[in-house]
Design a protein around this ligand. Structure first.
Ligand code: HEC
Ligand code: HEC
Length: 249
């Protein structure tokens, strides 16, 4: 009977039906996200589209040659399933890693570093193609063990304040913290546009900011712990619609 319940230490069990960060926004910010002409994250979608269609003179392919000029041949259901498990790619694969893999193997380019601005733009473009698709992360088979690891990292206490992700985003969701309402910390809108920062932000950059906000030493972008936490976050959001590019504070 624990299917839809989560027990947090000695806390009483409560439902963990996923709620998008969108539900915690003001009317104005929601309207901004909903309108492609107002949504400042669409600039990054456009930049991603440019890279996606770019055909370099000395190269055989653009991304678009295999996936369609507007990405119409991309499998949006599969995009909603990232991070994915692929034994041929060493197990856990984030969407950024999949894109980087195509970049390297199918286009013969030198791979980009994790969170390179071009990768974030391509990720924003690709995930925007799957906007409205329900997140659907595999949770069984070889993924089950990885999810356990991700969950353990999520519940680990870090830094001098001795806090875990769990403290703010599960136990205290809905409370105000420094003028912001604590959401569940869902990942369905990434990469997302941050009004307070005035820029697009990848999920690993966001997690880094959370670590710094509770004065703990963050892991590196693309590191094993961040990829495992990403997996856990995305699976917690199974069923939520992809909102990329979401608009958040
Ligand atoms: C030579 C053809 C080719 C090129 C060029 C190519 N890809 Fe792919 N890509 C594939 C194939 C085939 C698959 C599906 C099979 C697989 O999983 O490897 C795929 C899978 C993907 C997926 C997973 C979702 C899906 O539809 O299966 C994404 C996302 C993706 N590619 C993005 C890109 C991006 C972005 C670029 C440019 C940087 C790119 N690809 C370049 C052939 C290509
Ligand atoms: C001290 C409290 C605190 C802790 C601990 C914390 N966060 Fe956050 N986090 C915030 C605040 C504040 C925001 C912005 C408002 C919101 O969406 O909750 C945020 C936002 C987020 C978001 C973006 C949500 C969205 O809808 O865009 C993600 C993802 C996230 N946090 C993940 C994490 C992860 C992973 C950890 C553990 C490493 C963590 N947070 C720990 C305070 C915290």
């Amino acid at each position: 009977m624990t299917g839809c319940l989560l027990v947090v230490g000695a806390m009483p069990a409560f439902a963990v039906e996923p709620i998008s960060g969108y539900e915690f926004l003001t009317e104005e910010t929601r309207a901004m996200q909903d309108d492609d002409f107002e949504n400042p994250g669409m600039v990054t979608v456009d930049e991603g589209q440019r890279l996606f269609q770019e055909h370099r003179p000395d190269e055989e392919h653009a991304c678009a040659s295999c996936h369609g000029a507007d990405g119409e041949k991309l499998d949006t259901k599969r995009i909603a399933g990232y991070p994915d498990f692929d034994p041929n790619l060493g197990g856990l694969v984030t969407l950024q890693e999949k894109i980087n893999h195509c970049w390297e193997i199918n286009m013969d380019r030198f791979p980009l570093t994790y969170d390179h601005p071009d990768l974030i733009s391509l990720e924003t473009y690709v995930r925007n193609r799957a906007k409205g698709e329900a997140i659907n992360i595999i949770t069984d088979g070889p993924m089950a063990k990885l999810l356990k690891k991700g969950e353990a990292l999520y519940k680990t206490r870090y830094g001098q304040l001795n806090m875990s992700c769990n403290h703010c985003h599960i136990q205290h969701q809905g409370l105000m913290l420094r003028g912001q309402k604590l959401s569940q910390g869902q990942a369905n809108g990434f990469p997302e546009y941050r009004l307070g920062r005035g820029r697009i932000t990848s999920l690993h950059q966001r997690m880094r900011e959370c670590f710094i906000s509770f004065r703990a030493e963050p892991f590196d972008a693309g590191s094993e712990p961040f990829r495992l936490i990403e997996l856990y976050l995305m699976s917690r959001g199974n069923g939520l619609e992809i909102e990329t590019p979401a608009v958040r504070f």
